[in-house]
Write a protein that binds this ligand. Structure first.
Ligand code: FES
Length: 276
């Protein structure tokens, strides 16, 4: 399997039809619509759940009374005045914020995913039909790219990458804290621990596979021979970068699943089983 772009052999491509033609939308005979349709279905379900969850302002923390230390990633770091006792941050609390902590937390990770180069491709194709697939006509007659309001804000992605980095650290701390089983042996592993550990690992992989991250490590370099460390980092990140699409979907699914798991345990619907 190829590991760098240099290894990829050119592949002859035949375009199926003219995009935007007046009569023929495409000459493609394959089920090109499946990917945009699946994108719309998946993102609609996940985003609806996410919005519902962050407005709940309840059942996002499993604490000492249930012998666990599990917090939903949608509500972490919980550093606002409305946080549940026990879920509070210890060194910084914004007492004036009395709405759902989820609304406070969602801005930066939400902005990071919204402006992600891969998600942009997916939702431009799925929701805006711009274009829905390769060699398929656009759903719109004009196209101004990302040069005007509001899409010009997509260029903030690189800054969101920096801003979201502390969140990856915080979710890692949450995963480590999930090994605490107060009153149930002190330290151990429950199913909830594993759920939070996988969530933190997926977020790190999604973050590290970001196209901007790869560019930061190996971009703007004329001679790799003069930048050994950057070349090594670039080689390390490139295989991960090839899987950015998969990591984007899996990490998004898992972060919602983690919230759902914590929510079900906190509300008493299910019990978090101890593994050892
Ligand atoms: S390109 Fe997807 S996270 Fe940066």
């Amino acid at each position: 399997m190829s590991s760098t772009l240099e290894d990829v052999k050119p592949v002859p491509v035949t375009i199926g039809a003219a995009r935007g033609g007046p009569d023929v939308r495409t000459l493609r005979r394959d089920a090109w619509w499946r990917f945009p349709a699946a994108t719309v279905a998946f993102l609609t379900v996940i985003v609806t759940y996410l919005v519902w969850a962050i407005f709940q302002n309840a059942y996002y923390f499993v604490g000492t009374s249930q012998h666990r230390d599990l917090i939903s990633p949608f509500y972490s770091p919980c550093i606002v005045g409305s946080c549940l006792p026990g879920a509070h941050g210890t060194f910084l609390v914004l007492h004036w914020w009395m709405w759902s902590p989820g609304l406070f937390v969602a801005v930066i990770p939400g902005g990071f995913r919204l402006t992600c180069y891969y998600y942009r491709k997916a939702y431009y194709r799925g929701f805006w039909q711009s274009p829905p697939a390769c060699a398929v006509a656009d759903g719109h007659v004009s196209y101004s790219g990302e040069t005007r309001f509001p899409l010009v804000f997509q260029n903030l992605h690189r800054y969101f990458w920096f801003l979201v980095s502390p969140f990856a650290v915080i979710l890692t701390i949450d995963a480590v804290m999930a090994f605490r089983l107060p009153g149930d042996g002190g330290v151990g592993v429950s199913l909830g621990t594993l759920v939070l550990v996988v969530n933190a690992a997926l977020l790190w992989m999604y973050w590290a596979s970001c196209h901007f991250c790869r560019h930061l490590c190996g971009g703007n370099v004329d001679k790799f021979s003069e930048h050994r460390l950057r070349h090594r980092l670039w080689k390390l990140l490139t295989p991960l970068n090839h899987r950015h699409m998969q990591l984007a979907w899996v990490s998004l699914f898992w972060v919602a699943f983690t919230d759902l798991y914590v929510r079900l345990v906190a509300s008493g619907v299910i019990h978090d089983p101890k593994i050892f």
